[in-house]
Design a binder for this molecule. Structure first.
Ligand code: ADP
Ligand code: MG
Length: 706
């Protein structure tokens, strides 16, 4: 930024080919055609695409763009892009033309063979294609690499199977749209024509000094520390959460905001999180597919801007053991094109009934597909976070709050809800439900899935993971619950009676999924088991939920995934697990062999020399401390070496296993525990060895000295 002060409104969205820009630059007919295509979710015809592409290119060139890229989200968890310049073959006079055709806009053909496909696409038919998602606007990204026109796209195999997050997300949005409209119509709504899931994603991250980062090979290669003794002070003072933001961090956040605003990402709130060096950023919610794109842009921008400030942004779910990890809160609601939020408790009895039906359908969806929702939040890093310090437990439950819970209890027990806890008179048939103002619903930070006034907040998702899958699952399971409710209600003779009975029935049948207590308490795990809720403690145990008969039926019914696509995704997840844990093991072996053991030996030499030197200088001095230290350090060193050999043995055996699934389980059951066993003597050594000789920055150096 050359200017120190600026007007947000001036820069907001300046690098986005958004609706206003399109309206301004496209011929009226083209604009209308494009809008119509977007509205109907149809494919764009080539003639219109040519005009749009030309204008998009002219606009991008004005912003300095030399290249364009189809920007997509393969199943690697991050985005991918392949850059092409606008330059076309030079003319006879030696000058070049800048061109960009409609065909290039709507379809790309990256060589897809090196993206994960879980066996869907054999390498001999390696072609995949990317297709423009016109509902998510193109943007120009400006950085040290110059300016590039980025076109958000979906990524499919040549035979049409989805190889990305975007394609199934769009399909799931279609499903929830259709079923929500059906439900609204039952309640007499004739005005809404589209319902879209609205999503707002809160992103947590750590910031540390880049020099410290570079001095830690474990962070560089795996994103998390594999060893490290706890600092004398942790987060026990609660002095970081919402604490004043230091200037260095504030300067970073300012630049992040500017970058994001230019990209049309409405970065809104920022604050320090619970752990030292941990922060959070949240944009204002928007349509699910755009929100998923924006979350990727947020992650990219955080990393890029941190680099410029001599900082490193850590997005891993658990960069430091013993302090809080990072998550991503996926706030989700359903909003119609005429502004009705289906999760907003109503103002009239009529709306209240609709709200209660929606709520009970969601309870049913979450109860029946808890395993799938849990799976959607599973990733390798989250295995290190969930169930730990201030992270949701591995059990899916729904938090409703006292007031709402009470309404449902009355319905279940007496069939009518005629009063509310706050004392107001309540009759779902005659008067209205009390306003569930945000502040009236208690906050419960321990719940993985909490109702917060007019939306649900899914808090289990990992900070590094795409929010694609959680939203695909939410959209689809709720679409199914709506669909089943509509099937029944559309046939009912007495609609009011039928709806009333249904709410009561659903609330009763699925009340086991509701839990308003402390999710961090050990009693909850026991209680959840008694209720028969699924407790899935790690990623590998979660994966089968993707390919269960129940899931295949669900996703096929709503055209979100085919069975083959689900199987490929499960396969990819096993593969990612095995690969990531393998890298972690290898990095740990490397660090301990080449850095920790040599440093410790140097220290024992110093101790031994000291004993000899003091003894030869005088008989009067007591060298017992040096001797004791030498004995203790040597014993710890020996244990380190033994545990290292064990890890090496397991690592070697793991890599040799041919079956990907078997390998993943081997890493979880043998390699990971030996890594933990090795960490113990090493962390003890860190407390014994001279700090100036320890070969890397400590936890304290990293999280307190930013
Ligand atoms: P909370 O205090 O409940 O965490 P915030 O106001 O901090 O809520 O918002 C968290 C995120 O939820 C933001 O991204 C916000 O835009 C988003 N959000 C707010 N209302 C909705 C809604 N109706 N649907 C989806 N997301 C929403
Ligand atoms: Mg929140």
């Amino acid at each position: 930024m050359d200017k120190d002060y600026f007007n947000v409104a001036d820069i907001f969205g300046e690098n986005v080919f958004n609706d206003a820009t399109m309206q301004e630059r496209l011929p009226k007919k083209t604009y209308q055609k494009l809008k119509e295509t977007i509205r109907q979710g149809k494919e764009l015809d080539l003639e219109t695409a040519d005009v749009v592409a030309h204008e998009m290119k002219e606009w991008a060139i004005e912003k300095g763009a030399t290249h364009y890229t189809h920007w997509f989200q393969p199943l690697t968890g991050v985005t991918a892009e392949k850059h092409d310049s606008f330059i076309s073959a030079p003319k006879e006079n030696g000058k070049v033309l800048m061109s960009f055709s409609g065909k290039e806009l709507i379809k790309g053909e990256p060589d897809a063979s090196s993206f994960p496909s879980g066996g869907l696409r054999a390498t001999f038919e390696a072609r995949g294609y990317t297709a423009w998602d016109p509902t998510s606007p193109a943007f120009v990204r400006q950085d040290a690499a110059g300016a590039t026109l980025c076109i958000p796209t979906a990524f499919c195999s040549y035979t049409g199977e989805a190889l990305d997050q975007k394609t199934p997300l769009l399909r799931s949005m279609e499903a929830i749209n259709k079923q929500s409209i059906r439900l609204l119509r039952l309640f007499g709504n004739t005005t809404s024509s589209r319902v879209t899931p609205s999503v707002g994603v809160e992103q947590e991250y750590f910031l540390i000094d880049r020099e410290n980062f570079l001095a830690r090979k474990d962070l560089v290669y795996t994103g998390r520390t594999l060893i490290g003794a706890m600092p004398p002070k942790g987060q026990e003072m609660d002095d970081h959460y919402f604490g004043a933001i230091r200037e260095r961090i504030a300067a970073f956040m300012k630049d992040v905001n500017i970058e994001l605003w230019k990209l049309g990402v409405s970065s809104k709130t920022q604050h320090n999180e619970v752990a030292p060096a941990q922060h959070e950023l949240a944009p204002i919610y928007t349509e699910a597919n755009v929100a998923v794109d924006h979350n990727q842009l947020i992650m990219e921008t955080l990393k890029k801007v941190a680099y410029r400030h001599g900082l490193q942004c850590l997005l891993h779910e658990k960069p430091f053991a013993g302090v809080n990890g990072s998550g991503k809160h996926d706030n989700w609601s359903l909003v119609s094109d005429d502004g009705i939020n289906l999760l907003e408790p109503g103002k009239t009895p009529h709306e209240n009934i609709q709200f209660l039906l929606v709520l009970c359908c969601i309870l049913k969806a979450v109860d029946e597909h808890a395993d799938l929702l849990r799976e959607s939040a599973a990733d390798v890093g989250n295995d290190n976070r969930l169930g730990g310090d201030e992270a949701p437990p591995c059990i899916i439950s729904v938090y409703l709050g006292e007031q709402l819970q009470d309404v449902l209890d009355q319905l279940i027990n007496t069939g009518v809800a005629d009063h509310s806890i706050s004392g107001e008179k309540l009759d779902t048939g005659v008067t209205t439900l009390p306003d569930f103002l945000k502040d009236a619903t208690d906050r419960n930070r321990t719940s993985p899935f909490a109702f917060t006034g007019n939306k649900f907040e899914f808090r289990m998702v990992g900070s590094e993971d795409s929010v694609g899958e959680p939203n695909i699952v939410l959209n689809t399971i709720v679409a199914q619950a709506f669909s089943e409710a509509c099937d029944e209600l559309e046939k009912a003779d007495d609609f009011n009676m039928a709806v009333h009975d249904m709410i009561k029935r659903l609330a009763k049948e699925h009340q086991r999924i509701v839990f308003n207590g402390n999710g961090y308490s050990p009693e909850w795990a026991k209680e959840a088991e008694k209720r028969g809720l699924s407790i899935i403690n790690n990623m590998l145990d979660a994966i089968p939920a993707l390919v269960s008969d129940k899931s295949v039926k669900l996703f096929e019914e709503f055209n979100v995934f085919t069975k083959a696509e689900l199987e490929s995704r499960a396969e990819i997840e096993y593969e990612i697990y095995a690969k990531k844990r393998n890298i972690e093991a290898k990095v740990m072996i490397d660090i301990i062999r080449k850095q920790i053991i040599p440093a410790t030996i140097r220290y024992t030499t110093v101790l031994a020399e000291s004993v000899n030197m003091v003894r030869s200088a005088t008989d009067a001095a007591d060298v017992s401390t040096q001797v004791e230290m030498l004995t203790e350090v040597s014993a710890c060193l020996k244990e380190t070496k033994e545990k290292l050999v064990e890890l090496e043995k397991h690592e070697a055996k793991g890599v040799d296993l041919a079956d990907i699934k078997e390998r993943a389980f081997y890493y979880r059951d043998y390699v990971l525990p030996s890594m933990e066993a090795l960490r113990k003597p090493v962390d003890r050594l860190e407390m014994l060895v001279d700090k100036s000789m320890w070969p890397m920055p400590s936890y304290g150096d990293m999280i307190f000295e930013v």
